[in-house]
Design a protein around this ligand. Structure first.
Ligand code: ATP
Length: 877
């Protein structure tokens, strides 16, 4: 057995081998050590190899999925090795024969199909990156839904596209291109390297033609060599991991590089589109926007938010869909109620296709078909817009399949096909009979006894059972002669005579007995056969079912965005080919929601006017105090552009967005010490990307550029950046800064204007109004904000005097150093009496608490007052 183990393991060196032994998957050697640690299970030993103990651990087969999930999440790949015959079959070949075993599947992050291993509301992409000289292509698939796409790209776009896709696994050819290391490092992805043959475009063509059952790929589009190579690598890897059982894949969909808004990895992170900066979904734009009620809808929405469109027709079609649902709230509600009952058709289909399905996957298809009829009737109540009408075609015409599944399946099938019990009564007569025999064996025997008793005229005839004879017919010995003479002896075959009884059998009874005995397993066998034929019937309609799933997801997304727009009072933006960007009363959806949840102040809506001339830039230079809401304002406008091009309504009173081809954002500082980059370096790398790539359709938001270095260096960099954006990139941009010197540029550069976030000063404190209006701020109120944050009062006092000195120096043109030299040292201020800690009780307060005015004489009251006054004087000196 160990020899067999080692032989199989040698083929899967980079995976843990789950070696099936009866009811367990066992792991040995290093695999056992690694798995026991990762799964926190006991490490034992079994036998010896080369004189040393063999480490071993195991997981029960019935709960293996949970363990698999943990291992995959921890970055392992698992080869599942099953027994290919029963021990009895092995024995037939000789008493020492080892049960045949083989790997049936290699489980990797990108090739999961099990419900428990997948996140229902997210795609699980497997991607492959290929290049032929300087031409690159990215192909990706989600085998749990059948999606299959390919995109020709450039090396520069690899990072952004991968950031958008966020694949669970990415395949590259061995000895990868030098440029890829940094990209993968940036994204924190560990690619899977395949041999060069997996990427060979000639054999890829053959593989792809076979996979899609065509003689040539021309039917799906004209594909370049890198595209074919990337797609071929995907199919090759699926073949390898699924051991020849290829999943159902939709025909390759060829994407265009510029059909979607380009958003690079840093911008994606900064805008917190699908994940917040903390990494989770909570706090992201998606978490606020997602009101879908089906898993398919949720996946579609996430994909749309990740890839806002640049195709005006597409955007308008989607908007029309939302508007339609908004205008008919009652129908929309009913559609959403029906959608809530729609299971995950895509993933059910995929499991059936890979022969990993269970009866529930079939009932999932049945429920979807049932709800489709209801939804189709609801949608027909008013003339639908194009997007809805197109999708509606996919809902109908499945009566045959629905009828079949309706007739064939019980209402609530058991979890596993192998337990049987999922085929409905009345669907198959053989099955009904087998079940009848299994369940009502005794009843059938009683019926036969009655028949025989009538046929023989022996009222006392009985059918009995014992372990030696099995079922037999018994009469008293008095009937022996009659029973053993013609014509009865033709039917009744004598088996045994006892003192008083005589026993017979019949061909019919023997057959019945055999059938009763086998009925249980026969019922299971028949169900297995019926399961396969139902599965085939569903898979024959795979393309229709996939289209149905897509249509249902589309209705879900449209109606969910309509619900959101109505509930949160969002507007339909005008999206066109102009270079406008004009938002009235825009809001930040995530901050607004957070403020509402806290129940405190409400969000202050702000306008944004960035409409550019035909060939110029339009840049708003935003100054204002810390904490005033600059970052929020910057982000909210980027998110409005993004939402508008997703086809969604937007959080504003009105919005006009001329197509944005790229969004860039440099917001906030973060360092990347793991990669040896300081905060400032990260900032500069991101700024360089913007200045090198932004075109005149880009929307750029830059927050406090240059703040990570010395004041004059920072100011100079910010200055030059602003000029470059205005004169070379000619972008629409929001540029927030604390370098108030920059505001002077507004009068010098065309298309640059100043805006500021208002605050009010009151008794030395600042009150944040969060209102953005024309003009420039002259101060940052940093010291006040620091005070709010709880910096020790001595530090605040000291900071105020330093600030006053610096400002005075600036006015009087004195060197700051000379001025600061004149200031008393910090120690002078720090030696001042320690301020009472906020919340701690002062001496005076304590004394006042001790006073009981109702119990005091006027004299005592006067004395107490004098005493308090003297205390006050004590604290002041
Ligand atoms: N329009 C608004 N209405 C209400 N509250 C807002 C608004 N904008 C921002 N805020 C609140 O103010 C806080 C600070 O906002 P933000 O981080 O945008 O300030 P900032 O000006 O960028 O500050 P800094 O310059 O210190 O980075 C937010 O967390 C939010 O709670």
């Amino acid at each position: 057995m160990m020899a067999q183990y080692l032989e199989i393991k040698s083929q899967y060196a980079d995976a843990l081998l789950f070696y099936r032994m009866g009811d367990f998957y066992e792991l040995f050697f290093d695999d056992a050590v690694a798995a026991s640690e990762a799964l926190d299970i006991a490490l034992t030993k079994r036998g010896k190899h080369d004189g040393a103990d063999i480490p071993m651990c195991g997981v029960p087969v019935h709960s293996a999925e949970g363990y698999l999930l943990t291992l995959i999440r921890k970055g392992f790949r698992v080869a599942v090795c099953e027994q290919m015959e029963s021990p009895a079959e092995a024995k037939k070949r000789g008493s020492k024969s080892v049960v045949k075993r083989d790997v049936v599947r290699l489980v990797t992050p990108g090739t999961l199909t099990e419900e428990t291993l997948l996140e229902a509301r997210r795609h699980n992409y497997l991607a492959a990156l290929a290049h032929v000289r300087d031409d690159w292509a990215l192909a990706w698939t989600d085998i749990s839904t059948g999606a299959f796409h390919v995109l020709p790209i450039t090396l520069a776009r690899v990072g952004p596209e991968l950031a958008c896709l966020a694949p669970a696994e990415i395949l590259i050819s061995e000895n990868p291109h030098d440029g890829l290391h940094t990209i993968f490092e940036d994204l924190g992805i560990e690619p899977t390297e395949l041999g060069k043959s997996s990427f060979d475009s000639t054999s890829a063509l053959t593989r792809l033609n076979a996979q899609f059952g065509v003689a040539s790929l021309d039917a799906f589009g004209q594909f370049s060599r890198p595209e074919v190579s990337a797609m071929g690598a995907l199919v090759d890897y699926l073949d390898l991991t699924q051991k020849g059982k290829l999943p159902l894949l939709r025909p390759p969909q060829q994407e265009k590089l510029h059909s979607a808004m380009q958003i690079d990895a840093a911008t994606r992170r900064n805008l917190e589109i699908t994940h917040s900066l903390q990494g989770g979904r909570a706090g992201s734009l998606l978490s606020v926007v997602d009101r879908t009620v089906t898993a398919g809808g949720a996946r579609l929405l996430e994909r749309r938010l990740s890839t806002p469109s640049c195709d005006l027709d597409n955007i308008h079609r989607r908007q029309d869909g939302i508007t339609w649902f908004r205008e008919m709230p009652e129908i929309a509600q009913k559609v959403r109620d029906a959608l809530k009952r729609v299971p995950d058709v895509d993933r059910a289909l995929s499991r059936l296709g890979l022969d990993r399905g269970e009866p529930r996957d079939m009932t999932a298809i049945r429920s979807a078909l049932e709800q489709s009829i209801a939804i189709s009737a609801l949608l027909a109540e008013a003339p639908p817009p194009e997007i809805v009408a197109d999708a509606m075609h996919a809902l109908t015409g499945h009566d045959e399949l629905r009828g079949l599944l309706d007739d064939a399946l019980v209402a609530e099938p058991p979890l596993l096909a192998r337990d049987g019990g999922f085929i409905a009564a009345g669907y198959d007569t053989d099955l009904d009979e087998a079940r009848k025999l299994r369940d009502e064996g005794r009843g059938v025997i009683a019926g036969l006894q009655k028949t025989y008793s009538e046929q023989t005229g022996v009222a006392s005839l009985k059918i009995k059972h014992n372990n030696v004879l099995g079922y037999f017919i018994e009469t008293t010995a008095t009937h022996a002669e009659k029973m053993m003479a013609p014509p009865l002896n033709e039917t009744f075959i004598h088996r045994q005579t006892t003192a008083n009884q005589i026993r017979f059998t019949t061909v019919e009874l023997s057959e019945l007995e055999r059938r009763i005995m086998n009925a249980g397993s026969e019922a299971l066998e028949i169900e297995k056969r019926l399961y396969s034929s139902l599965s085939r019937a569903i898979l024959d309609k795979q393309a229709d079912m996939a289209a149905l799933a897509q249509a249902l997801a589309e209705f879900d997304v449209c109606s969910a965005l309509a619900d959101l727009a109505t509930d949160l009072d969002w507007c339909r933006p005008t999206v066109d080919a102009s270079r406008a960007f004009d938002v009235t009363s825009g809001r930040h959806p995530v901050v607004e929601k957070a403020l509402r949840a806290q129940g405190g102040s409400s969000f202050v809506a702000n306008d944004c006017q960035l409409t550019a001339d035909d060939d110029g830039a339009s840049i708003a230079l935003l100054t204002g105090p810390n904490m005033a809401g600059k970052s929020t304002y910057l982000r909210q406008n980027a998110l409005i552009a993004l939402l508008a091009q997703t086809g969604s309504y937007v959080p504003a009173e009105s919005a006009h967005v001329g197509l944005v081809s790229q969004i860039f954002s440099r917001v906030g500082a973060s360092d990347d010490l793991a990669r040896g980059r300081s905060t400032f370096m990260v900032e500069m790398v991101e700024t360089a990307a913007i200045l090198n790539q932004a075109d005149d359709r880009a929307l750029v938001i830059l927050d406090e550029i240059g703040r990570g270095t010395a004041t004059y260096d920072g100011l100079s960099i910010a200055w030059a950046t602003l000029e470059h954006l205005q004169s070379v990139n000619k972008v629409r941009a929001l540029f927030a800064t604390h370098y108030h010197e920059l505001t002077a540029l507004a009068s010098k550069l065309d298309g640059v204007r100043n805006a500021t976030v208002a605050v009010r000063e009151w008794e030395g404190d600042v009150i944040f109004l969060h209102e953005v209006h024309e003009g420039a701020a002259d101060r940052s109120y940093g010291v006040q904000v620091a005070q709010l944050a709880g910096l020790p009062p001595a530090v605040i006092t000291r900071a105020r005097s330093v600030l006053d000195a610096l400002e005075k120096g600036e006015r009087e043109n004195t060197s700051p150093k000379a001025l600061i030299d004149d200031l008393p040292l910090f120690s002078a201020i720090a030696n001042a009496p320690a301020p009472t800690k906020p919340g701690a009780e002062s001496k005076i307060e304590a004394q006042i608490k001790e006073l009981h005015p109702d119990e005091m004489t006027p004299m005592e009251a006067l004395q107490a007052l004098y005493h308090l006054k003297s205390l006050l004087q004590d604290t002041k000196t």
